[in-house]
Design a protein around this ligand. Sequence first.
Ligand SMILES: O=C(O)c1cccc(C(=O)CC[C@H]2O[C@@H](n3cnc4c(=O)[nH]cnc43)[C@H](O)[C@@H]2O)c1
Length: 263
Amino acid sequence: MRPLRVLVVTAVAAERDAVCAAAGPYTAERLPGGYALHRPVPPVDRSPGPAPVALDALAAGVGPAAAAAATATALTAAALTGEPCDLVVSAGIGGGFAPGAPLGSVVVADAIVAADLGAETPEGFTPVTELGFGTVAHHPDPALVRAVAAAAGAQAGPVLTVSTVTGSAGRAAQLAARHPGALAEAMEGFGVAEAAAAHGVPVLEIRTVSNAVGPRDRAAWRIGPALTALTAAFGALPGALRATTSLGAAPAPQPAPSARRTP
Ligand SMILES: O=C(O)c1cccc(C(=O)CC[C@H]2O[C@@H](n3cnc4c(=O)[nH]cnc43)[C@H](O)[C@@H]2O)c1
């Protein structure tokens, strides 16, 4: 059975390495554009049974544009080599909105929202969709979100993509008011989701909370524990993906009856 091929896109190498730590040794493969795609070695188990899961990981750079460019490159390369990706995951640390997402917690996006893609008007911020073009949100498959969140001990909720890290209580309050229920913000999810959508591949976003969204206090970021939580979340991901039918994975085979009785 063909393994489920999952492309995990992080911003920085420390996040990519935290993802890879969940799955044993990796080797780096060069992609067009100079990207280093980390692939597990030895190749995933191909024995019969529920589809094995191969987690490939890529550090794309910070921000939605870098994320979209790297994701599109990796998806194109995978398709051209006859091993297309079944799922793309935007992953890394992120800021958590209080009180929903405390430091160290895990969030799986049920909506991946471009929170600052729009125009400033006399009436305030207007999203591009209200200007008559584009899209500002991607909605991952709800069954997949539920399965992954349950396996990872995560909450599910909207994750905002911003190009500027929030640094004040006022901005945090604005975002929370505009996006009720938002759990986290980060800088890449929407770019990854746009590339995935262009290739017709399902997308998820998984964030572990390193800091609170609010007044800037870089010294208070708890990056180490958030990266440890990221490794744990990705340790749980293959089991959750194998158990779901959302990605077309075949259910576990039933034992063949040893002797059939005819009536
Ligand atoms: O300095 C380090 O060791 C280090 C290790 C891992 C990651 C980093 C980053 O700075 C990652 C930047 C990345 O993190 C996301 N992020 C984290 N908190 C926020 C936030 O409050 N608002 C928006 N984005 C946040 C973001 O996706 C960045 O790309 C450093």
